[in-house]
Write a protein that binds this ligand. Structure first.
Ligand code: TMP
Length: 236
């Protein structure tokens, strides 16, 4: 069995791609926006990798199932906050080493639905784990890889949870109390204050189309230096 990744994450100045993450509370619409931006950039000739956390590799997707599945065996013990943190971090290590870093090295625009800010917001602010410890563990799991740009899709918790109640599949964290989700939202907001140059807040209450336009507009200036796979499609 292979235990050593083929690629170690390269440092920011060595990589040629661009790394964008999508964050927000449950029901914020970030996954749809990630898909829309991927389609937009692909149509315009960029090399794009769209991925998600927890998950993004076969191993990490397997752990995702254990983490988020509501139908776990009822005889299992409850998952501790620390156990939850280590599982998301194990997924992240696999994902960065085997998927994200190699794609960035090839010059792709990598779009990731959640990344390390979610660990700080959910396990840190939500579960109350020590933020400095989580920051160090994030650094350990990612080998220092940081997104170039992060979109935070913000909306009131009541609205997000109402959207999730209408969704076909709900995960274990959807069933947490409203207060937990309030702490997560507050956590994301605190992160934007700590990283104002990296994190862009988007009002997730707007229509899907309006938000997609805003996101594409904010990304464009960063991509002018990126090589395309083929010329852009002409409009119309
Ligand atoms: P989602 O794909 O629908 O956003 O669901 C992923 C869930 O995983 C969501 O409830 C947030 C949770 N999560 C964490 O708690 N910590 C993390 O670090 C990540 C990436 C996700």
């Amino acid at each position: 069995m292979e235990t050593t990744p083929k690629h170690r994450p390269s440092s920011k100045d060595q990589r040629r791609g661009f790394f964008i993450t999508f964050e927000g509370i449950e029901g914020s619409g970030k996954s749809s926006q990630c898909q829309r931006l991927a389609a937009n950039l692909q149509a315009r000739g960029y090399r794009v990798l769209e991925t998600r956390e927890p998950g993004g590799t076969p191993f990490a997707e397997h752990i995702r199932g254990l983490l988020l599945n509501t139908g776990r065996n009822s005889s299992w013990e409850s998952l501790t906050p620390e156990g939850e943190a280590f599982l998301v971090l194990a997924c992240r290590s696999q994902h960065v080493a085997h998927v994200i870093a190699p794609a960035l090295k090839k010059g792709a625009v990598v779009l990731c639905d959640r990344f390390f800010d979610s660990t700080l917001a959910y396990q840190g602010y939500g579960r109350g784990l020590d933020l400095t410890a989580l920051q160090n563990l994030n650094q350990f799991a990612t080998q220092g890889l940081t997104p170039d740009l992060t979109f935070l899709f913000d909306l009131p918790v009541d609205q997000g949870l109402a959207r999730r109640r209408r969704a076909l599949h709900q995960n274990r964290l959807d069933h947490e109390k409203k207060k937990f989700h309030e702490r997560v939202r507050k956590g994301f907001m605190a992160l934007t204050k700590d990283h104002p140059h990296r994190i862009i807040i988007i009002d997730a209450g707007d229509t899907i189309g309006t938000i997609a336009e805003q996101v594409a507009k904010r990304v464009q200036p960063f991509l002018s230096r990126m090589k395309k796979l083929r010329p852009s499609k002409k409009p119309g």
